[in-house]
Every structure is written in C-alpha cells, then in structure tokens.
Design a protein around this ligand. Structure first.
Ligand SMILES: Cc1cc2nc3c(=O)[nH]c(=O)nc-3n(C[C@H](O)[C@H](O)[C@H](O)COP(=O)(O)O)c2cc1C
Length: 330
C-alpha cells in the first residue's frame, strides 16, 4: 500500500459485468477504446467447499492480460464472497500472483447470492462484513476497493457502512446509488454519492445512470466524486470515454452532428475488434452471433428507427447476416 490514490482523479472506469467483461471483451476494448482508464473482471464467486486454485483464478482474469504488464495495470480482479467461503485462500492466491488490485462485490442483488450471505447482503450484516474485509486486508498488499450499493433493504446503515469500510483499510469505494431492493428501478440517486464524498476520506467512485457526456460533467460537479464508473451506459456507447476526453480537449464543446456521423465508425470498430478476439479463443460463429445479439440489445437507441434496426439484428440467423446488416447501416 502507498499514499497514492487507487486511480488518477477523474478516471473513467468500465464496470464489471457478468456475461460481458470476460478476457476477449476486455482485450477488444483495451485495443479499440483505450480511453477507458480501468476495466474489471466480473465477480469470481469464492466457493465455500468447492475447489479453487491459481489456474481457475488465472482463467477468470485472463492469461493474455496477465502476461501483458500495461494491460495488467488496467485490469482489476473482482470477487464475491461470504463469511464462510474460502476468502483467505483466494486472497493468498491473488497476493502470490502479485495482482495489483482486488475489488470486493458488495452490490450483487441476486436472491441466491444474498441467501448465502454474499453480495449486497453484507451491507446489512456488519459483523460478517468486517470479518470479510479484515481477511482480505490482512493478507493482500495490493490495492483493495469495494463496490457497494447504498444499503440492502434501505439506507439506514449507509453512513455506518461507509465508516466501517474506510476504517478497515479499504482504499476506494465505488457506489452504485441504489439499494439492493431497488434493483435497477427508477434512477440512481446521486445525492448519496455526494453524501458519501462528504463522509469518507478515501476516493469515492460514482456509479449509476451516467449515460452521456453531459452526465459525466454533471456528476463530477454535483457530487465532487473522485472518478466514475459506467455499466449499461458503456454497453450503449462503448466509445463514451473517447467522447468525454474529446469534449474536454475541445474545451467543453460537443458537435452533435459529428457524433451521429462518427457513431457508425465506432460501431464497426467495436464489432470488428470483438470478432477478432472471439476468433482468437476459437469461438464458433454461432456462439459469436449469440454474443453479438446480446450486445445489440444495448445498442442503436439513438437511431431514429432503433426498434426496427435492433429487431433486424436480433433476427439474424447467421453471423454473416448480422455482419451484412451492420455493413448497410448508416
Ligand atoms: C449485465 C450486467 C452484469 C453485471 N455484473 C456485475 C458484476 O459482475 N459485478 C458488479 O460489481 N456489478 C455488476 N453489475 C452492475 C454494474 O457494474 C453497475 O454497478 C450497474 O449496472 C449500475 O451502473 P449503470 O447505471 O451504469 O448500469 C452488472 C450490471 C449489468 C447490467
């Protein structure tokens, strides 16, 4: 541990997302949109009794990323654990691998995960939370952060949870500004991000409903958060970090016509890069098509006839058909 912040100020972080941010996806993004400052694995569920070893951890992180020093710096490892799971063993393996950053998931709302006392459940059980935090902090010398929601059922523990996390030596907190029970309902309430910033001394990373460049400016101004993280919005506009950095370079100006003109170029780059990486790991076309369709659900919203466009992509019967549709899109 040292005195530097975990990330440079105003970092733009690509959120951990199960079923999306696997190694090929992260490599495609690292190569194509390097303006994102940090990426995360989705959560590795620490088993209670099942086997876990370095090979499995490496598989989850991605051996190609691990072997590349500069990619490694930009890729963090997330775990999801419970007081009964093998947290110590996993932490020791991550330590022996010299993993530079470990992020603990305290936000997962899944009923199954929560019934096993993991994810967002830990926000409601401070004794268990403290045990988990201490196990990690006492055995991991790299950067240790948590990603949390504002509470489990409600916000009653919010300030106490923040204090507990800070007191146990966590180096930054990402806050998805909703309770577990809110799931994804309504709009994330950034007032909680501002409140957290005023209550902790460690960097606070704002997360939840940061959709467009103007939102990034707004959340920095309104909450004074250290950095920001993007989930669904990064899937909707995978080049959003690039747009924000261009906006800053242009002195806070956005040319809307230019944005519409450029989006097809970025869409092509996105799918081209993903295709290369999925082929690299030997995926068959039908598997790639399935992934491409799932990405399509988050794309095209800013096209006038987006429902038809998306519907056509989703109806593609082969990867070639999907690619032909992309080729004729303006
Ligand atoms: C498909 C999907 C998978 C997710 N998987 C994870 C995960 O593995 N770990 C985690 O901490 N959060 C996960 N999240 C939550 C996001 O990281 C993020 O906190 C949330 O979507 C709110 O940000 P947004 O409004 O920008 O989407 C996931 C979200 C989505 C949409």
């Amino acid at each position: 541990m040292n005195n530097f912040d975990v990330f440079p100020k105003k970092s733009l972080l690509f959120a951990p997302m199960e079923g999306i941010t696997d190694e090929p996806y992260r490599i495609a993004m690292l190569k194509t949109f390097p303006e994102w400052d940090q990426f995360f694995t989705d959560f590795l569920r620490v088993p209670t009794v099942g086997k876990i070893n370095e090979k499995m951890i490496m598989e989850h992180y991605g051996p190609r990323i691990y072997a590349n020093e500069s990619w490694r710096k930009k890729n963090s490892f997330q775990i999801l654990t419970t007081p009964r799971a093998q947290t110590l063993l996993v932490t020791e393996i991550l330590e022996s691998m010299k993993m530079h950053h470990l992020d603990l998931n305290l936000g997962c709302p899944s009923k199954k995960v929560n019934s096993h006392l993991g994810g967002a459940y830990l926000l409601s059980d401070h004794k268990a939370l403290r045990t988990v935090l201490q196990t990690i902090r006492n055995n991991f010398t790299g950067r240790f952060t948590v990603k949390m929601r504002i509470g489990y059922r409600d916000d009653i523990n919010f300030s106490d949870t923040l204090k507990l996390i800070q007191d146990e030596g966590v180096e930054a907190i990402t806050l998805h500004a909703r309770t577990r029970d809110q799931l994804y309902k309504g709009v994330a309430d950034w007032n909680y991000i501002a409140k957290a910033v005023s209550e902790v001394k460690i960097p606070l990373i704002g997360n939840g409903d940061i959709w467009i460049v103007e939102d990034i400016e707004k959340i920095f101004q309104e909450t004074k958060c250290h950095s920001v993280m993007f989930g669904r919005s990064a899937l909707k506009t995978p080049w959003l970090a690039k747009l924000y950095k261009e906006y800053i370079d242009e002195g806070g100006h956005i040319d809307e016509t230019f944005l519409l003109f450029e989006r097809k170029k970025y869409l092509d780059q996105y799918f081209d890069a993903l295709l290369v990486e999925y082929r690299e790991i030997g995926w068959a076309d039908n598997l790639i098509l399935k992934r491409f369709k799932s990405f399509s659900r988050n794309l095209f919203d800013d096209y006038e006839n987006f429902e038809t466009i998306r519907g056509n992509f989703l109806r593609s019967e082969s990867l070639a058909e999907f690619q032909n549709r992309l080729a004729v899109l303006k």
